[in-house]
Design a protein around this ligand. Structure first.
Ligand code: NDP
Ligand code: 8X3
Length: 256
């Protein structure tokens, strides 16, 4: 097993859902939690909670992963005790809209591509050189079942997650001669703020997504991420697809 005690675990998008659950499970295991998102107020609350519950060091900062110079500055300017990132969890991401290709808003496309693909790349480009230099590290990308299958209106969101799948594979190829591991955790339906964001705040529509089935919880996915991170150093979990029992594919859902 790889011990996470005192390891620096950097989680993007830790202010909600899967990222927040990852912060909790890694803190419970004694890791030092470095976390970022745009909503710093939420991160500050979470930092207080983690310090009190697990007595671990926590460093939270405000970051928009779409802003490449800001990403570079933030990583380069980390206090020395936080600079050696051991585990990077590229989790920040979102969907916007569920519209047909000829009807969708261009701004929704831009936001998904800028966050899910370009943001993940900016953070990775800033963090991985240090891992290579130190000869240690693990990158865990949060993909999706939407990176394996398409559904109506999923066009661009699915495209971004297919890109994450390709980028994860590309990272593994480029880093194979180093000790760095690259994993991808690809969930099906997880009840988070994801659908609320997809439907631009329409709670009624968002709630319908999870009606009639037991969806995954953020803790279920954090558990999978933690499993990847704690394998022995010679074991790399390439890709974990994690689905609710009642979901056999993006379009095959048993609702009762
Ligand atoms: P949430 O909406 O609950 O959380 C998304 C997180 O991403 C928030 O912390 C948000 O923080 C952060 N984020 C979004 N945009 C940016 C940005 N530009 N810069 C920094 N942080 C950002 O959704 P989930 O927890 O469900 O989503 C996490 C990941 O899981 C995403 O990559 C998503 O695609 C993926 N996923 C989700 C599934 C689901 O069914 N829920 C299934 C499969 C994959 P803030 O707004 O404060 O910046
Ligand atoms: C989120 C899951 O099925 O809405 O990635 O695309 S899905």
């Amino acid at each position: 097993m790889t011990s996470l005690r005192n390891k620096v675990v950097f989680i993007t998008g830790a202010s909600s859902g899967i990222g927040l659950a990852c912060a909790r499970i890694f803190a419970a295991d004694g890791a030092r939690i470095l976390m970022a998102a745009r909503r710093l107020d939420r991160l500050k609350k979470l930092a207080d909670e983690l310090r009190a519950a697990h007595k671990v060091p926590v460093h939270a900062f405000d970051l928009d992963v779409r802003d490449q110079p800001a990403v570079e500055r933030a990583i380069a300017g980390l206090p020395p005790e936080w600079a050696a990132i051991d585990v990077l969890i590229n989790n920040a991401g979102l969907s916007r809209g569920l519209d047909k290709i000829h009807e969708a808003k261009i701004s929704d496309w831009e936001e998904m591509i800028d966050t899910n693909i370009k943001g993940l790349l900016y953070v990775s480009r800033a963090v991985i050189p240090g891992m290579v230099k130190r000869g240690a590290g693990h990158v865990i990308n949060i993909g999706s079942i939407a990176g394996h299958e398409l559904y109506p209106g999923g066009n661009v969101y699915c495209g971004t997650k297919f890109a994450v799948k390709a980028i994860s594979q590309g990272m593994r190829i480029d880093l194979v001669a180093t000790p760095i591991r690259v994993s991808s955790v690809d969930p099906g339906m997880v009840e988070t703020e994801f659908s609320l964001v997809r439907y631009h705040g329409d709670k009624e529509k968002a709630d319908k997504t999870y009606k009639g089935l037991t969806p995954l919880t953020p803790d279920d996915i954090a558990d999978a991420v933690h499993y990847c991170a704690t394998r022995p150093p010679h074991v790399n979990i390439n890709d974990m697809i994690v689905m609710p029992q009642a979901q056999a594919g993006v379009l095959v859902v048993n609702r009762v």
